[in-house]
Design a protein. Structure first.
Ligand code: NAD
Length: 470
């Protein structure tokens, strides 16, 4: 279902698709894609709502969005069931993520009250400069399947808090929680402020990004999807925020707390079944502690519990689809002869799209499993002999979303914090993350900031007003 101008309406596109529980492969819903006409209707509703919404006070928008946080909290059980079934997240993990969803609303809701500009003063003689931060207009938001509700909230709340209106298109694989969330939001927001259209990327998504009434596109997804969206935004001379893929290196030195590093890197590499743009998928270990690290890593991975996503004890869920599972297995099938699989390496012997947690070593830097974002519970282990080699390996892919360095030498960690080409660098940590944490991709990981006040500022444009004193 779409929600346009406050009303629930049937999409009118040609294709119908099944929504599947990835833990079982069972169909849980059947939906129709949106047509170009549906997208145009949603954008026009958002355009019509813009003047009224943007002229409300930030305090008023804040209050309404805060009510939405309360409403979401009251529906926690419903969202738990929806997201676990549609995305295949283990229920205990999603319970934590749900807390971030509610907190993300409360944080973002206040963004309009906290915007900053340069000081108003007479930069030119006889003229007073003042700066305004204004909303841009209609935001076209496009989200992926790995954190459907969290990603939707990360875009919707700051964009609306600073006065924009929005049309959001969730992933065609996982639309259910976004549609329900937009439905709840429409209980507190004026009609047209927040609209949702469901459908695929190249049809519905592309219709949204090329609509001339969309003022800014906020996209989270793959590099290939991002290239298409960035091109479409460029042709319309629209601003675009691109949160794309990653392939995070974790550099572990001999002077690190090796058991702690192995434990946290196992957890952050397998988080969300490795379908996490900042997962510690590339482990770069100093050669002198490689065996100690690998032994501790394998022990941690041995304790992982793969199973039903509604079982509270499950820690590893399935991949999102048969396609993603086949893609991950493809990387393993094509490993070079030098590679060794230290654990896992196969589909799990059960229904759904599960892959055993896998560790691969014996790889070269140019191997495809090192150079590409695999997006699966697969960790690679490579060794290095000195700082320069570690840095070269860490920086040696097209991505630049996040990285971590593990060492007790503060001079070394601060050099790495400076030299790692990534928008987020952890020191003796990995994947500590919450709604306050601004993300800014380098290289093929995108551009533009998401999360926190800096992220909210992306949804504004600066106006400089110069007033003569005569
Ligand atoms: P994807 O690019 O296939 O799809 C993402 C969204 O874009 C979907 O809604 C899809 O329908 C839409 N889309 C695809 N092609 C489009 C087009 N031509 N025009 C308009 N819309 C289009 O990505 P995915 O497989 O759903 O998500 C996984 C990817 O997302 C991974 O690469 C992951 O790293 C990335 N990701 C990045 C971040 C970040 O903050 N940088 C966060 C989460 C996920």
């Amino acid at each position: 279902m779409n929600i346009i101008d406050g009303k629930t309406v049937h999409p009118t596109g040609d294709s119908e698709r099944f929504i599947v529980d990835p833990a079982t492969g069972d169909e849980i819903a059947r939906v129709r894609d949106s047509s170009d006409r549906d997208v145009a209707a949603a954008v026009s509703a958002a355009s019509a709502a813009f003047d009224g919404w943007s002229r409300r006070t930030p305090a008023n928008r804040h209050a309404l969005l805060h009510r939405l946080a309360d409403l979401l909290e009251q529906h926690s059980e419903e969202f738990l069931k929806l997201e676990v079934a549609n995305v295949g997240k283990p229920i205990a993990a999603f319970r934590e993520e749900f807390g971030d969803c509610v907190d993300g609303i409360r944080l973002g809701a206040a963004a309009g009250r906290n915007l900053t500009t340069p000081a108003a003063t007479e930069y030119l003689e006889g003229v007073t400069s003042a700066f305004r931060r204004e909303p841009i207009g209609v935001v076209g938001a496009i989200t992926p399947w790995n954190y459907p509700l969290l990603q939707a909230i990360a875009k919707i709340i700051p964009a609306l808090a600073v006065g924009n209106t929005m049309v959001i298109k969730p992933s065609e694989l996982t639309p259910l929680s976004t549609v329900r969330f937009v439905e709840l939001a429409n209980e507190v927001l004026p009609p047209g402020v927040l609209n949702v259209v469901i459908g695929d990327g190249t049809g519905t998504g592309a219709a949204l990004t090329r609509n001339p009434a969309v003022g800014i596109v906020s996209f989270t997804g793959s590099v290939v999807g991002g290239q298409a969206v960035a091109l479409s935004a460029a042709l319309g001379l629209r601003k675009a925020i691109m949160e794309l893929g990653g392939n995070a290196p974790a550099v572990v030195f001999a002077d690190a707390d090796v058991p702690r590093a192995a434990s946290l890197l196992a957890a952050s590499g397998l988080f969300n079944a490795g379908q996490e743009c900042m997962a510690s998928s590339r482990l770069l270990i100093h050669q002198s502690v490689r065996d100690e690290f690998v032994e501790a890593l394998l022990a941690e991975i041995g304790a992982v519990r793969l199973g039903s996503t509604f079982d509270e004890a499950t820690t590893l869920g399935p991949l999102i689809s048969q396609k993603q599972l086949d893609r991950a297995v493809g990387f393993l099938d094509r490993l070079p002869s030098s590679a060794q699989i230290l654990c896992g390496g196969s589909r799990a012997d059960r229904g759904g799209y599960f892959l055993e947690p896998t560790v691969v070593t014996g790889l070269g830097h140019e191997d495809e499993i090192i150079q590409n974002e695999v997006f699966a519970p697969i960790l690679t282990v490579q060794t290095f002999s000195d700082d320069d080699e570690a840095l070269t390996l860490a920086n040696g892919t097209e991505y630049g979303l996040s990285a971590s360095v593990w060492s007790s030498n503060s001079g070394r960690t601060s050099r790495f914090a400076r030299d790692l080409k990534a928008g987020m660098v952890w020191i003796n940590e990995h994947l500590k993350f919450g709604p306050d944490c601004a993300v800014n991709g380098f290289g093929a990981s995108g551009f533009g900031i998401e999360n926190g006040l800096l992220g909210a500022t992306e949804f504004t444009r600066l106006k400089h007003v110069l007033t003569s004193q005569h």
